[in-house]
Design a protein around this ligand. Structure first.
Ligand code: ZN
Length: 145
């Protein structure tokens, strides 16, 4: 067998690899440092059907009580595109003091074989978590189209 470079599979969110992108956040080994990093890890967690992670990163004020995934709906996530324009406009120079951020993205997926496109502006807040460290949480989203 010839030597082949075994590049790790790309992260579902489009990052270079799961281990260097969303993996550590989902595994609880690291805290997502930005709203965008959290948003990406949540996209990846949807693809993994990781409901506990999605609920843990959902702000308590808007976190759903009902299961967020249904066994009947076969969702296949196809790709993520983060649109940064708005986020960059709103970003302050002192990032560490950010307590709110918005991430605009387009996610493509198929439900039961039918292609869909989700264009969302997600709102995030940054608050002390139970452990005392500052974490980003998903609050809600609006749909520009
Ligand atoms: Zn990722």
């Amino acid at each position: 067998m010839s030597k082949k470079s075994t590049a790790p599979a790309a992260c579902p969110c489009g990052g270079p690899s799961l281990a260097s992108c969303c993996g550590p956040y989902i595994a609880g080994d690291a805290i997502a440092p930005t709203a965008e990093a959290l948003m990406r890890s949540r996209y990846t967690a949807y693809g993994q059907r990781n409901e506990p992670y999605l609920l843990a990163t959902w702000h308590a004020s808007t976190r759903p009580d009902e299961p967020i995934m249904s066994d009947e709906e076969k969702v296949q996530w196809l790709g993520l595109e983060v649109k940064s324009a708005l986020r960059l406009r709103q970003r302050k120079a002192d990032d560490a003091d950010l307590t709110k951020d918005t991430v605009e993205f387009v996610a493509r997926f198929k439900i039961n074989g039918r292609a869909q496109r989700l264009h969302e502006m997600s709102n995030f807040v940054r608050e002390p978590a139970e452990a005392g460290d500052l974490r980003w949480f998903y609050v809600d989203g609006s749909f520009p189209e």
